[in-house]
Design a protein around this ligand. Structure first.
Ligand code: CTP
Length: 408
């Protein structure tokens, strides 16, 4: 995911410094080239050898280190960086960065950098709330630096409150959003639905399906990484929603309908990945349904739910794109083409439950992307890659209209 990308991690003096070893390792596993720059105080909390072992790069601590005379290190590292993350960022370092003080390897590198800079403050709650620190953070924000809010919790100094370094997965999320993908969907508003719906029979039971939400979540995540403003309307699933995505939880098909249609106007694109129930109980009992004493079978009366995709197809306006999914067990192409037409969708992503590696709960999918005048047969791909190809195909005709985000 980060092949060919250069990430600079700036580590300053805070007890949370040791956590960055984990982040460095995650980045290396994603094939990024990682340079770690530590302040002298950071080296009191974690040994540079830890980072050197993980990144296979020299950990930079001293501006006047003559280890490599072929380049001026702080300039060279700053210039090749795609992103710089300062984590943990101490109050002292934030103050220096805000006021342009360049008295060590990390502060000089920041001044020489042209790439996005992320700052993740970590310190005692009173220090964090001190107006000096807050004003310095405001200065950095005004200059385009992204300040990652610290979390609240028990702090190493014994206090409880804001000042905790977010976990490494959160920090990684910020880095990925910045550099993982070209921002070719910047400015687009995309609503994705995912997961199953639950149709209540009584306070204890419901009717649902096997959808795990993986495909929809992958679509939402890839669209976010490509710069879109994403809303994810999700049924109950067991996976974490992607970061930087507005998540709306629903239970029933009717709730999904309301969540989607109330947000429909402002969207550029709607992608219906959810496995929406086609039928719901005619009546939801307020008390638990009891077994009949005579051993007779139970017959449930069901009524049709509203077809959300069809509604979207009927109400879409010029320029709005609507994409549906179609899971079939037989006659996939024929049935999916019929859905494209019947629901007036711009595209149907069809998959067959009979294909190995496709279907519920898998990490892969084999999609056939059906449009009015084309059928694109994709190979078996990870759900992330399949989601990317789906977005490529859906926005194909609009691609030239998208702005590309360039490096600062
Ligand atoms: N869909 C919807 N509202 C429903 C049912 C389905 O919006 N009440 C959407 C799904 O999210 C999917 C597409 O319609 O994007 C196709 O769903 P699918 O269940 O495969 O097709 P149906 O039209 O319901 O037809 P059938 O179940 O008969 O195959």
């Amino acid at each position: 995911m980060l092949k060919g990308k250069n990430v600079v991690l700036g580590v300053t003096g805070s007890i949370a410094a040791y956590k960055i070893a984990d982040l460095a390792s995650m980045l290396v596993k994603l094939h990024a080239n990682v340079d770690v720059i530590m302040t002298q105080n950071a080296a009191c909390f974690i040994n540079p050898i830890t980072f050197e072992t993980l990144t296979k790069n020299r950990c930079l601590t001293d501006t006047f280190d003559r280890g490599d005379v072929s380049e001026v290190k702080h300039i060279a590292v700053a210039q090749r960086a795609d992103v710089i993350l300062i984590a943990p960022a101490s109050a002292n370092f934030i103050g220096k960065a805000a006021h342009g003080i360049a008295d060590d390897m990390l502060s000089t590198t920041i001044l020489a950098a042209g790439c996005p800079v992320l700052v993740s403050p970590a310190m005692n709650v009173n220090m964090f709330n001190n107006s000096a620190v807050q004003e310095n953070l405001m200065i950095l924000k005004r200059r385009g630096v992204t300040v990652i809010p610290p979390e609240s919790g028990y702090l190493a100094c014994g206090a409880t409150g804001e000042g905790k370094l977010p976990d490494c997965r959160t920090l990684l999320g910020y880095i990925l959003r910045e550099i993982a993908r070209e921002k070719d969907l910047l400015g687009k508003k995309i609503l994705v639905t995912a997961g199953p719906t639950r149709e209540s029979l009584d306070p204890v039971r419901f009717i649902t399906n096997h959808s795990t939400g993986k495909m929809g979540y992958a679509v939402a995540r890839q669209a976010m990484l490509r710069g879109a403003e994403v809303t994810l309307v999700t049924g109950p699933v067991g996976i974490d929603p992607p970061p930087f995505v507005k998540t709306v939880s629903i239970q029933s098909a009717q709730e999904l309908f309301e969540a989607v249609t109330s947000r429909f106007e402002e969207q550029d694109c709607l992608i219906m990945t959810a496995a929406v129930a086609d039928y719901t109980p005619l009546e939801t009992k307020t008390e638990k349904i009891k077994k009949s004493g005579d051993g007779a079978d139970l017959t449930l009366k069901l009524k049709r739910t509203v077809d959300v995709l069809k509604w979207l197809g009927e109400h879409k306006k010029e320029g709005q794109l609507v994409c549906g999914f179609s899971m079939e067990t037989e006659n996939m192409l024929e049935n999916s083409k019929a859905k494209l037409e019947k629901k007036n969708a711009d595209m149907i992503a069809a998959n067959s439950l009979r294909d190995e590696g496709s279907g519920f709960g898998t990490d892969t999918n084999r999609l056939v992307l059906i449009k009015k005048d084309s059928v694109t047969d994709l190979p078996l791909l990870s759900k992330e890659d399949a989601a990317d190809r789906l977005l490529d195909e859906l926005f194909k005709s609009q691609k030239n209209g998208c702005r590309l985000k360039t490096k600062k």
